[in-house]
Design a protein. Structure first.
Length: 439
């Protein structure tokens, strides 16, 4: 497949097409006096990240951003979803590094000069290491510090940002990193996870509150979702899938948009949450202006006899991406509709990430990525055509980049990056998107 079957004109007027990246994954943290992050610390522990790779150089976007913004403009994107690194702006989590703020200033102006709407995410995972050492997301001080960072960014850039979301994928920040142990700080501890699951939600609320006193407008939230499928037919696997769905897809949307964590998940998690969490629900659920969903795949769940959450993930039969993730567009359809029905209602909804990793080999053309994007964009098209408030679609990612614990081997870019020379080469999917967006 070399062309996409949709055209921009198949979408309602004003539907936004965007591409996304994140700071630590592309910028090159060695430059500009950025502070050490907990991802630098995590990557330095043998066995945590493939080849011990980190984001010190990454795509050298810190120096090459004009070329990268040109690529976005030339493909015809309307918006660019990027993130601001807390450790670049506040190397120890508090003290301001003027060079870091200046970088984002130039970057945002560069977007506006090219007609790109700046969609900012304030936290895409690189916690300043100094705050990690204090206890990171397990302690209440971190959401409070984060609100200061949000305030600073809102005051400096808010007049030019098109939208701002405090935290990318709270599930990853809390559960993947403190219970599943796969991301920094790499904990596998329900006690830590229970605290992080609340403090990350609180950080969202405190940041929205702080941003409201700055020029920043159009404030939202970005949650990732995975479609949970019971492995077998029985009631036990159904419950396992429900629990997975609750932790993954209902916990943060419930808190942000309804002011309540899901009851079925509280049964397992409440004993591990910080005392007095109930008092924060109002802060966490203050009004936002839009909601974003990141979607990649589905997950099959099998019940176990172990302690809560008592489930294991098992591989499924669908074709898989280079991440080993099943390609499951029907889960995308189901989750977007359920999110609108049960959580976001009339709020503008955006797909804030979707895409696939493909191996970097001459004998693997980019067709699979084009087919993946086509199937998922078509679902967005159908939902928007029904008059539901889906207002945009964002591809992950503009560039091949640092794929966290999997290092530089997993390539999500619509633009190829040669990490030895930093040469950018648009892939077939980039050209296909540019053609689709032109009319
Ligand atoms: C998402 C992350 C993004 C990238 C993609 C593949 O969960 O937001 O940084 O790693 O997955």
């Amino acid at each position: 497949m070399t062309t996409l079957s949709f055209r921009r004109s198949d979408f309602p007027e004003g539907f936004l097409f965007a591409a996304a990246t994140s700071a630590y994954q592309i910028e090159g943290h060695a430059h500009g006096q950025a502070g050490r992050t907990h991802w630098d610390s995590f990557a330095a522990i043998p066995g945590k990240v493939v080849n011990g790779e980190n984001g010190q150089i990454a795509c050298d976007h810190y120096h090459r951003w004009p070329e990268d913004l040109d690529l976005l403009r030339d493909a015809g994107f309307d918006a660019y979803r990027f993130s601001t690194s807390w450790a670049r702006v506040m190397p120890d989590g508090r003290k301001v590094n003027a060079e870091g703020l200046d970088f984002y200033d130039r970057l945002v102006d560069g977007m506006l000069e090219r007609g790109l709407k700046p969609m900012a995410t304030l936290y895409h995972w690189e916690l300043p290491a100094a705050l990690g050492l204090k206890g990171g997301w397990t302690i209440r001080e971190i959401p409070e510090r984060f609100a200061e960072f949000a305030h600073l960014i809102g005051n400096r850039l808010g007049d030019r940002l098109w939208s701002t979301a405090p935290i990318n994928e709270p599930w990853c920040v809390a559960w993947l990193s403190h219970y599943l142990g796969q991301h920094a700080p790499g904990l596998s501890d329900l006690g830590a996870a229970g605290k992080a699951m609340h403090h990350v939600a609180l950080a969202h609320g405190l940041a929205i509150e702080a941003l409201r006193s700055t020029p920043a407008q159009n404030l939202g939230a970005v949650c990732n979702m995975e479609y949970a499928i019971p492995h077998g037919d029985g009631e036990a696997d159904e419950r396992a899938a429900r629990t997975y769905d609750g932790i993954y897809n209902r916990w943060f949307p419930g808190a942000f948009l309804k002011g309540a964590y899901p009851e079925d998940i509280l049964e397992g998690l409440a004993p591990h949450m910080p005392e007095g969490w109930q008092d924060d629900m109002k802060t966490i659920s203050q009004p936002i202006d839009w909601f974003g969903v990141n979607y990649y795949t589905c997950q099959r769940l099998k019940a176990t006899d172990g302690p809560w959450p008592a489930h294991d993930m098992v591989p499924g039969p669908l074709p898989k991406t280079d991440m080993g993730w099943e390609i499951c567009p029907e889960g995308f359809d189901w989750l977007l509709r359920r999110t609108i029905r049960d959580y976001s209602g009339d709020l503008p909804l955006y797909v804030t990430e979707n895409g696939m990793a493909n191996p970097d080999r001459a004998d693997v053309p980019d067709d699979a990525r084009i087919a993946y994007l086509d199937a998922h964009v078509d679902i967005a098209r159908a939902i928007a055509a029904e008059g539901l408030p889906l207002r945009g679609y964002t591809v992950w990612s503009l560039l091949d980049n640092y794929e966290w614990a999997l290092g530089y081997g997993k390539r999500f870019g619509i633009v190829h990056v040669d990490f030895a020379t930093q040469t950018r080469t648009p892939k077939a999917s980039y050209h296909a998107l540019a053609r689709a967006l032109a009319d």
